[in-house]
Design a binder for this molecule. Sequence first.
Ligand SMILES: *Cc1c(COP(=O)(O)O)cnc(C)c1O
Length: 380
Amino acid sequence: MEPDMLATLLAAPFGGPDGAMTPPIQQSSLFSFDNYQAFEDRLAGLGDRPLYTRVQNPTVAAFEAMMAQAEQGEAAVAFASGMAAISATVLALVRHGDRIACVEHVYPDAWRLFEQVLRPFGVTTDYHPVAAMEHEPQRLAGARLVYLESPNSLMMQAMDLARVAAHARAAGAVSVVDNSWATPVLQNPLALGVDAVVHSASKYIGGHSDTVAGVAIANADIIGRIRALTLPLLGAKLGPFEAWLLVRGLRTLPARMARHGATATLIAGRLAHHPRVARVHAPGAGDAPGLRGRSGLMSIELAEGADAPRFVDALRLFRIGVSWGGFESLVMPARAVLRQAGPQNPARCFGVPPTLVRLSLGLEDPQDLWRDLAQALAAA
Ligand SMILES: *Cc1c(COP(=O)(O)O)cnc(C)c1O
């Protein structure tokens, strides 16, 4: 979908009671019935009026409907976090003995889900470079599920999703892609042939660093499986208030993405010519078919002699922290991530360079951000 069309779609009033522009927050755990027959009919599967908020809630449904439209999917289901969306989607699609083919540099907690939860349950995962997934379809043979993220985490490598989705389909595998970086504004994986899209809505969709949430979008069959099994039985549902915040976030998503993208283009261009920067990873339109632009999340590799901790500490407008996609600029040095505690470290397994620094460019003035980066690079 063209960004302008999406902006109009997401700006449509909700059509609530009394001409309300926004959906009411239906903060109720259950929904009651007037008589026995109505209750029995609902349990028998007639109609879809709300029953219990673990499974269904009208405010959550408003967010789900907007996401299904934005991603051009038949249906969507919201979750308490991006990881809940990922785990519920994957667990609805694999069983004991299955194999997952996954792209390298996948989101670290998705890697931990595959290695520390699924592997002991008899689901194995192997990891492949972007280029291998695109050009060596034999790597996908025998996989039940192909798990993608484009661009991927920290290294920001974008892939040809249409090509990989076609390889997955030919191998008889279902494909899932994490589209958190691009949002529906910059990339529509379902239109490229991917079977299911997952998002951390904690990032750009919420957009205000105040909500942790997730969502999955796919055809009615896949979403039906999730709704029948892993949403109700793992129980990681989204709350009505968070759903309301996400509806609010979606209204401004296209405008915010345009601003993030313009800032990122300016900053990436200048960083690419800076002597203290060895490499810039800032994918945009043209770096992968189907990718329409740049978001505000990029990474750089500092040149030899520049010190990552000194660079990070010299920044004034960038706060140090995990997550991204909010109004505020953030910096996350890979060196600290490589030292993260735990039984296994995915950044180390994937070989993330210690000189890498991730930047989430917020909605501040782009010239102010550039001046801050330039003085911090000088100090590094
Ligand atoms: C943050 C993130 C997630 C996990 O989302 P949560 O909402 O924190 O559970 C998944 N994928 C990517 C690419 C992310 O950046």
